[in-house]
Design a protein around this ligand. Sequence first.
Ligand SMILES: [Zn+2]
Length: 308
Amino acid sequence: MMMAKMPTVKQVQQHIQQLVNQDKQDKKQVNDFYDQALTIIKNSLSAFFVQYAGKTGLDYNTLAQQANSWDKQQFETAINIMMTGIQPTDDLNKRLMAARFQSQIKHRDALQAIVVATVSIATEKTQNYGNQTAVNQYKKEYAHVTKQPNVSVPKSITKNDDFNSKVWVNNDIIVHRTNQTIDKAVRKTVDKSLLRDLVKPNHDKVLQNNIDSASQPGISFNKSAVVESSVNSTNSARSDAFSASKTTEYVSWQTDKDDKVCDICQSYDGAVYEVDDPNKPIPGVDSHPNCRCIYVASDSDGNLLEAY
Ligand SMILES: [Zn+2]
């Protein structure tokens, strides 16, 4: 008798591990987009300090004076660096236009406008990246389960509405908190030591009066949003692939079986459901955000039927 090429729990585990690694890379990519914006913001703040600081430092009254061509130049340079490699959408153009107007009011507004513009461009890149990831992930996962290379991606995945609105809500949190931190510092006058604190890289501890600390929560939300959209895409692709196969009757919840699996997912591990059971739990929705557990086709005893 020929040995059937049995899919093993091990292969499923490896597959989940690949998804987890992909998520890590995706988060790193989002981080890089925002890092570029934060670097420009910090450099701009330092440049404003050099340009406008008096004896005691960079103070509110000085920054409340009319913006000039130097401020304009700072603003345009910041945008140009950030825009490399992307075509702005109408929505981004509107945001940049509003920022450009703001940059012409006072020095202080010019500084804030640089935050608005650079963070928004980073968010646009995050949005593009997240949408592309969702589509690619759908295609990859669907093709993997069905072994069919031609995949038509449903509208809900290509439109990715939830994700697209979420990234801009988080964008506004990043902008608001960063500007608030800079503004608070300027109101009490930024001397050299405060400037150092503001631009200090913040690796693990949460510092006050610090640009990284202020922006980090919103950036983390957007890292999670990209993964969440990819998880959703993966689960939709698997579910659509099961429906398309017509032979799949049961599915089994699979965790990646390492020591990081949480109690909720652990309790589902190996649980078998009828494939069209409307009440079966959904990974990421009924477990926890960014959960990478998947359903795998199985028999009613939970023997896995996915081919690798
Ligand atoms: Zn899980």
